[in-house]
Design a protein around this ligand. Sequence first.
Ligand code: SF4
Ligand code: SF4
Length: 518
Amino acid sequence: MSTVDIERIEAQPVNSAKVRQPLYAARKKIFPKRATGSFRRFKWLVMAITLGIYYLTPWLRWDRGPYAPDQAVLVDLANRRFYLFFIEIWPQEFYYVAGLLVMAGIGLFLVTSTVGRAWCGYTCPQTVWVDLFLVVERAIEGDRNARIRLDEGPWTVRKLGLRTVKHAIWVLIAVATGGAWIFYFADAPTLLREVVTGGAAPVAYITVAVLTATTYTFGGLMREQVCTYMCPWPRIQAAMLDEHSLTVTYNDWRGEPRSRHAKKALAAGHSVGDCVDCNACVAVCPMGIDIRDGQQLECITCALCIDACDVVMDKLGRERGLISYSTLSDYSANMAVATAGGTRAIDPGLVRNAAGKLADGIAHFHLAKIFRARTFVYMTIWTLVGLGLLYALISRDRLEVNVLHDRNPQFVVLSDGSIRNGYTVKLLNMIPEPRTIIVTLQGLRGAQMTVTGIDQPEDRSVAILVEPDRLKTLRVFVRQPAEEVAGAAQSFNFVVEDKASFESDVYTATFNAPEPVQ
Ligand code: SF4
Ligand code: SF4
């Protein structure tokens, strides 16, 4: 073991295996120390990407021509449309959104079964915003020790000033977060102007106020308590993990017996593991737990304790990975080596060879271990749902017709004996351009139609101009001469066509007439 001195940090976990807290214990404040390392850098990157997407997306423009909004992502509640870049979804096409949610769900199963609670540790909004709030806190109040001193110290002008600035910036972040949300529901530049000048609808201000309050409270004040007490996801995820899922693990098979005074212990003939009980892993943990107590519901697998411990191992000249992403099966195999198959307490001598390196029998992680039948089943289902959605999207109709037959009266006998039926015909032009749609009767011998409000003599065909991205409702009367009537209920088609794009749709309707006299 190296003779390098490792600083021991006074850090108590908020809950430990030795002293379990009662369920309703008062909150112990956590002051996470800044971690450095590859996982921390990865988390910075994920944080920048996710926050960037959230705050900037409403400002992206997408040219859809003069008849549709040019905001790339827009939930247009007033016109009941959802725009996602080149995709426009009408209310009756909401199954696309349902399909995307199904894909997100299956994706979450896939990720959790392979790399554990990666969602919680890296991309969950609660994790990302708490990280952001902690950046502000550290920048203003300092790292862990300075924050603890400030918190425990008396209220002074300096403390009041620092706390005021910190909370003011937190509120600004919360306002920006709530503000960004409403921009997804209206043209962002216009709405920003309205909000600033006081001309926006009350619901916009209420939404910003509610989201400001929740962001500030959850991200700044409650932090880890949201994950531990409010979120159901930790409970659900536990059911998705198996012995081949990666989780952040303290490898006690090489860490125990832990010792703060390894040299003395070795000189006294005691065996010691790699853990020097420096508490660096506890000090950086945003959840305030000690990963050495084993898997815990509170652990969001952010891997910051891995970074902290790797720094310590580097200083000691030991292999990194005393805390690592491991599978339960690897952990169990290594524990069997360290305990000679469970016949004795952990013996560090059993996991190392004569050269002091980890023994050959020690299992190490490699990517192939997490790709197993279950992973491929999730991948296959996810891909099939995705391909199905893509096919439905590419092949969907942008021109539709729906017809409603008048219920009362079912038919009218005119003075010349001919029969007339009334219909409500709905033409859906689902592209952002005006179209002239030809409505034609198909079948129903001798029948002709008139359209209320259209100045055109009775005919079998009529041209209707439909505005871009709109539904047009027509009152249509179909008349059939008495001598052509071929039964009490005849089927025929309303055919709608756009000659310019060659798109068409057909609706099969029924023409009712009196029962023939026997
Ligand atoms: S124990 Fe480690 S991985 Fe778990 S929350 Fe704490 S720092 Fe993150
Ligand atoms: S696991 Fe690593 S960081 Fe944690 S106390 Fe032991 S040596 Fe220190």
